[in-house]
Design a protein around this ligand. Structure first.
Ligand code: QV4
Ligand code: CA
Length: 513
């Protein structure tokens, strides 16, 4: 078996879909949720490339329905009308310009592919779509693709409402409508080919891979069928024979019959347990403590590391959509959030995605955010606002830009520096003070207890003075924040007060004086 795997790996054929196709030593991607293509192009050049980000997950680029009640919700983009590249983020020309400019600075683009369905059944008929293409949900006509009634599941779904009523029934979940979205008949070769044609257009433009939206609602074999039709990546930026990176959105929290593992043959899978559990631990819910993170990863019942796409929050669960949301940490809980993202980026498990959000007027009524639908910052005519950059490098216009927060950006760099190094030198106090290293390249320590910490621990790092990359960083051979002295035996003293602005410290060999 080992030998067979080695042979296949050497042939470089079957396994490409697990590899993010980032340039070497760029180990994370960022989801620039709802950003315009022109802003992403700029961000690649001015920020992402210089700071070692590997790529960007972009919002769905294909034409979607325009919803005015509520007023232009973010989720209208998950209701396709055609596969024309034409949305509030920009047109095809702008998309191509973005892909080219990002690739030219070594930052990859991953497309959110919404191919399980078209728009909602109550969409109506007309040209209220982002490119003005006509559609009719009554007759299930989408002439701009074209799809017609024959291309939808309907007959295959056996629930009274035509909706998914029970997630315990794997047939309903795949063949019925997800919140009324017209469900495509993916067993048809015409539908598979049409989807593959759309994805191939994107591949030829130069994208590096895809998030497969609502993968749980498609049969793994149907996904395989359209993936098998995909081109290799554009050789202007990728080596001959490179397959697109695939990560499938399957929410498997362990409570339903559909398992993420059913999708491993197609590519990676989103590990939703990751953010839900990490949030629970950092919030100290359910008797959890950071000391239990010693065997984080597969030890917690997560999928194999080389199949996992991990994140602290995503665009759904940061606002109560999807599943497993209560414990999720987001930018709204900034202090714990930075710790969670720091922990994720320091830990070797999984391929990591950082979230970058927009602010909305969050307002809870009876425990539910009634403004969870709010779309991106926009002008009166509905167009999306530009991402402006303030003098202090943060973003304006209500773009949160978590990826630009010093602590998060510096941990993205940390992960690149420690890439390939083993998890090492775990230490904990049996409670919420923990630390671990990555071989002899980096070390991180947390105090999430409500008492001060002062400890001498083994870092595994060479002797010297290091800059903490959480409170500051190394600039002109000086530390702008705290300093840590590692002695000849690899030990260092760390003091973190419980009321510290950020109760964690991280050091690595590229931030050594
Ligand atoms: C509603 C009712 C229906 C009713 C219909 C009548 O729910 O029962 O029949 O009105 O018109 C929106 C609305 C939803 C509305 C639906 C259809 O919220 O109320 O139906 O549109 O008009 C996003 C949002 C959804 C949104 C959808 C389409 O989260 O709220 O639905 O976009 O606009 C499960 C899945 C998982 C999914 C997750 C949210 O297993 O796959 O739910 N996650 C992905 C995306 C997510 C997206 C979709 C899937 C759908 O990450 O952002 O849903 O593409 O866990
Ligand atoms: Ca389906």
């Amino acid at each position: 078996m080992k030998i067979l795997l080695l042979l296949l790996a050497a042939a470089g054929l079957c396994w490409g879909q697990y590899n993010p196709n980032t340039v070497p030593k760029r180990t994370s991607i960022v989801h620039l949720f709802e950003w315009r293509w022109q802003d992403i192009a700029e961000e690649c050049e001015r920020y992402l490339a210089p700071n070692g980000f590997g790529g960007v997950q972009v919002s769905p680029p294909n034409e979607n329905i325009v919803i005015t009640n509520p007023n232009r919700p973010w989720w209208e983009r998950y209701q396709p009308i055609s596969y024309k590249i034409c949305t509030r983020s920009g047109n095809e020309e702008q998309f191509k310009d973005m892909v080219k400019r990002c690739n030219n600075v070594g930052v990859r683009i991953y497309v959110d592919a919404v191919v399980n369905h078209m728009c909602g059944a109550a969409g109506g008929s007309g040209t209220h779509s982002t490119c003005g293409s006509y559609f009719n949900t009554g007759t299930e006509d989408f002439p701009a693709v074209p799809y017609s009634g024959w291309d939808f599941n309907d007959g295959k779904c056996h629930t009274g409402s035509g909706e998914i009523e029970n997630y315990g029934d794997i047939y309903q979940v795949r063949d019925c409508r997800l919140s009324s979205l017209l469900d495509l008949a993916l067993e048809k070769d015409y539908v598979r080919s049409t989807i593959a044609e759309y994805m191939n257009r994107l591949i030829d433009i130069g994208v590096a891979g895809f998030r497969i939206d609502a993968a749980k609602h498609m049969w793994p074999g149907d996904i395989k069928a359209f993936l098998d039709k995909l081109h290799n990546l554009n050789t202007q930026w990728f080596s001959e024979g490179t397959k697109p990176f695939i990560y499938q959105e399957v929410i498997d929290l362990g409570t339903e019959p559909i398992k993420g593992s059913e999708y491993f043959g197609n590519g990676r899978v989103t590990e939703f347990k990751y953010g839900a559990k990490l949030g629970t631990v950092l919030r100290k819910w359910d008797g959890e403590k950071m000391a239990y993170l010693k065997n984080w990863g597969e030890g917690w019942g997560f999928m194999p590391s080389d199949r996992a796409l991990v994140f602290v929050d995503n665009h759904d669960n940061q606002r109560g959509h999807g599943a497993g949301g209560a414990s999720i940490l987001t930018f709204w809980d900034a202090r714990l959030y930075k710790m969670a993202v720091g922990f994720m980026l320091a830990h070797p498990y999984g391929f990591t995605r950082v979230m970058s959000s927009f602010r909305w007027p969050r307002y809870f009524q009876n425990g539910k955010d009634v403004n969870d639908w709010y779309g991106p910052p926009s002008n009166a005519d509905g167009s999306t606002k530009a991402v402006t950059i303030n003098a202090d490098t943060t973003c304006g216009n209500d773009w949160v830009c978590e990826h630009r927060w010093r602590q998060i950006r510096n941990m993205v760099i940390f992960r690149n520096v420690v890439d390939g190094e083993p998890f090492s030198n775990w230490w904990d106090n049996g409670s919420n003070q923990v630390a671990f290293g990555r071989g002899n390249k980096g070390f991180i320590i947390f105090n999430n207890d409500n008492w001060n910490m002062s400890v001498d621990v083994q870092t595994g790092l060479p002797a010297g003075t290091y800059c903490d990359v959480i409170s500051g960083q190394k600039e002109n051979n000086k530390c702008t924040g705290k300093q840590v002295v590692v002695s000849g035996d690899g030990k260092a003293n760390f003091q973190i007060n419980t009321d510290a602005e950020d109760p964690f410290i991280a050091i690595h060999v590229d931030a050594k004086l």
